[in-house]
Design a binder for this molecule. Structure first.
Ligand SMILES: [Mn+2]
Length: 319
């Protein structure tokens, strides 16, 4: 039976997919997101499935679980993830082989540890790129692997990958598939002229866009936000927070009927909870990590989202 790999399109997602792909060489790789997972699961017929770095959102959890049940009744389903589960859902209720860490171990680390005996040992550096991309390079496993490399070299490679993946090629899934193949062969990002060129272009854009964010950040209480800046949402959210001098930053981008967002915070430690609650109260979805989250709400409810997010954060700060 052939394999599908469903992965997130960021650095951790791509690196974890590369590690899985190096073991399941005939697999087909698809990029998806928490909001898109349900639709993509419906496409799975007779394939085994690896899901990596895709959070399970509470909005579709019943439907997703029933799809996983359908698939796992005849196929193997390996689900690697490090995002908090929706509240009220336990690991036992998910019909798949679940490989979960806490928030600190990224998906690349989970895939690496799971397939360790089948992997080329030198692919350990691809795991490290994924960990750096997710700010998760401080775990026991990653630190041990870093002892086997000169870590300065790996940071360069990870830096190039992050720039390439968050940049203008964000939704170019064929490009990302080719990158999965490239990394699975343990080739260095810095040795690809194409990747280096994209990364350098991205640096130029980063310097410009940081200024655009600086000039366009608006503040509602404890929340700073920018909308439709043609830049990585994650980076825009971080700099909105910095320039707005608040503890939460939001970067939003309007797509057809809804708005996609990245949200970044400092010192909050439960951003994913706050964001998912607010998003769901507005018919949207949301989730993520302690201080980094994503959300999607109907486009007309964006300002309500900002205002409710501020209410929730302010209430938490005052208690
Ligand atoms: Mn991740």
């Amino acid at each position: 039976m052939s394999w599908f790999i469903f992965a997130h399109g960021d650095c951790d997602g791509v690196c974890s997919a590369s590690l899985a792909f190096s073991v399941k060489k005939d697999a087909k790789v698809f990029f998806t997101s928490p909001a898109g997972l349900l639709q993509d699961l419906k496409q799975v017929k007779d394939e085994n499935l690896i899901i990596t770095d895709i959070a399970l959102t509470s909005s579709y959890k019943e439907e997703i679980i029933s799809e996983l049940k359908r698939i796992s009744s005849k196929s193997e389903v390996l689900y690697f993830d490090h995002h908090p589960l929706p509240s009220g859902l336990s690991k036992e209720e998910i019909p798949a082989t679940l490989i979960r860490g806490n928030d600190d171990s990224c998906a690349s680390e989970l895939v690496y540890s799971y397939f360790k005996d089948e992997l080329d040992p030198e692919l350990s550096r691809v795991m490290v790129y994924g960990a750096i991309g997710d700010y998760s390079d401080n775990t026991k496993v990653v630190k041990m692997v870093l002892n086997e490399w000169d870590k300065r070299e790996l940071y360069l490679e990870a830096g190039i990958l992050v720039k390439v993946l968050e940049g203008t090629r964000k939704r170019d899934y064929d490009f990302k598939r080719s990158l999965v193949l490239y990394l699975s062969q343990n080739k260095l990002p810095s040795l690809s002229e194409e990747l280096v060129k994209i990364a350098v272009q991205e640096s130029i854009l980063d310097e410009q866009m940081r200024e655009v964010v600086k000039g366009n950040t608006k503040v509602v209480g404890n929340v700073s936000y920018v909308k439709d800046v043609p830049w990585s949402l994650g980076k825009a959210a971080t700099y909105a927070r910095v320039y707005g001098k608040t503890i939460v930053g939001v970067a939003a981008e309007q797509r057809k009927e809804y708005v996609d967002m990245s949200i970044r915070s400092i010192t909050l430690d439960n951003l994913y909870e706050v964001v998912s609650k607010v998003a769901e109260s507005l018919n949207g979805t949301g989730g993520g990590h302690k201080n980094a989250a994503g959300s999607r709400v109907p486009k007309d409810l964006f300002m309500q989202f900002i205002s409710k997010l501020n209410d929730a954060v302010s209430t938490q700060l005052s208690s």
